[in-house]
Design a protein around this ligand. Structure first.
Ligand code: 5AD
Ligand code: SF4
Length: 361
């Protein structure tokens, strides 16, 4: 299967709805990955630094009005401890994630962590996923040592976005889009992604999402299936939620088509995919994903980072987790890459910038 460089919406829609044999689609995407970027699988050590959030998205367990979870914010020493442990094991890229928080104390704490990492963890790429922040904060965090930013658009359709978010200025699709454009144009390696299998979402919407990510010239993509989450309004529409296997298949087709349409980007086999399917890791990688995010968040906080139900409860140490990932990659003919930040070729093509993390400061 050869997908044209600029696939039409009709073709994407057709393939997303299972109009072609899936195995062939996945095999082509995997082949494309091997040709363009090789078979290495890159790791991002995830630290979920706080589960507080000022927003109220209808699908997410961390939403402000969900009073049933224990809220926490990790202390800087704890965060640095988790990062250092990962660095010693050979991880060279770390993702700091939290709900959306505008407090100066929180943001200055993150800036401090980035500064420490710049000076004590040479060669590491720092990835942030902290939601929509004012432009001057994005700049400050980049100057402090941030390299990559992930801001999911969740859906490229403003109408659908409106169905899953409160109708107020805090949840504006336009503002989210502008934040993403600002990140992309201000020197960040930029990633976005969407939720797949939301009630009422069509293959047409998902096809538009792929074209959106291409048009937006993204460097990284992280997308996963929607998963039911207790304490959220969307659960009230339970009868409209697609069966899990449908959401998994849609996600795998999205990964494959994104790989074919945006060849030089990094694509994650997300935790959500791995939660919904026990072989989600392997299936995601074989459909064209090349990034996995082992969770380095200390055990005592992990249970409170409840984006959705059933997030895999891992009792393994980070070292055991990496050994396990190495074995699982090898079993499908892929190689786990350590000591390498795994910059997406697309970033270099887009910006002409070198790959040293310090080139731009
Ligand atoms: N199922 C799957 N993913 C979810 N997210 C939030 N809630 C859910 C859910 N119920 C994702 C969103 C957000 C990211 C941090 O987690 O896409 O951007
Ligand atoms: Fe907050 Fe993100 Fe969850 Fe929305 S999806 S409630 S912004 S953590």
């Amino acid at each position: 299967m050869v997908l044209p460089e600029d696939p039409s919406i009709e073709l994407l829609r057709d393939l997303l709805s299972g109009g072609g044999p899936d195995e062939e689609l996945f095999r082509s995407a995997h082949l494309k990955l091997l040709e363009e970027m090789g078979g290495r699988v890159y790791l991002r050590g995830l630290v979920e630094i706080s589960n507080n959030c000022r927003k109220n998205c209808f699908y997410c367990g961390l939403r402000r009005d969900n009073a049933s979870i224990d809220r926490y914010s990790m202390r800087p020493m704890e965060i640095m401890g988790s990062l250092r442990r990962g660095y010693r094991l050979g991880l060279r890229s770390f993702l700091l994630q939290s709900g959306e928080l505008l407090g100066e104390e929180h943001l200055e704490m993150v800036a401090g962590i980035l500064r420490s990492c710049s000076s004590t963890m040479p060669g590491a790429r720092m990835v942030l996923s902290l939601g929509e922040l004012p432009e001057e904060i994005y700049d400050r965090l980049r100057i402090a040592g941030g390299h990559r930013y992930l801001l999911r658009i969740e859906t490229s359709s403003p109408v659908l976005y409106g169905h899953f978010h409160p109708d107020d200025p805090l949840h504006s699709h336009g503002a989210r889009l502008r934040a993403l454009e600002y990140l992309r144009d201000s020197g960040w390696q930029t990633g976005t992604g969407v939720l797949i299998g939301l009630p009422g979402q069509t293959v047409e919407d998902l096809a538009e999402d792929i074209l959106f990510m291409k048009r937006m010239d993204m460097d990284m993509v992280g997308m996963g299936p929607y998963i039911e989450s207790p304490g959220t309004p969307l659960l009230e529409r339970a009868d409209e939620i697609f069966p899990a296997e449908t959401r998994i298949l849609l996600t795998l087709r999205m990964i494959a088509l994104t790989r074919l349409a945006l060849p030089g980007v990094n694509i994650a086999a997300t935790t959500a995919l791995q939660t919904l399917s026990v072989s989600g890791l392997e299936r995601g990688l074989l459909a064209g994903a090349n990034v996995v995010m082992p969770n380095l968040t200390p055990e005592r906080y992990r249970e409170s980072y409840n984006l959705y139900t059933g997030k895999t409860r891992v009792r393994d140490t980070p070292s055991e987790m990496i050994d396990d990932l190495r074995d699982r990659c090898l079993a499908i003919g892929r190689e786990l890459s350590l000591y390498d930040p795994g910059d997406p070729p697309h970033f270099k093509e887009r910006t002409g910038r070198g790959e040293s993390p310090d080139d731009d400061r």
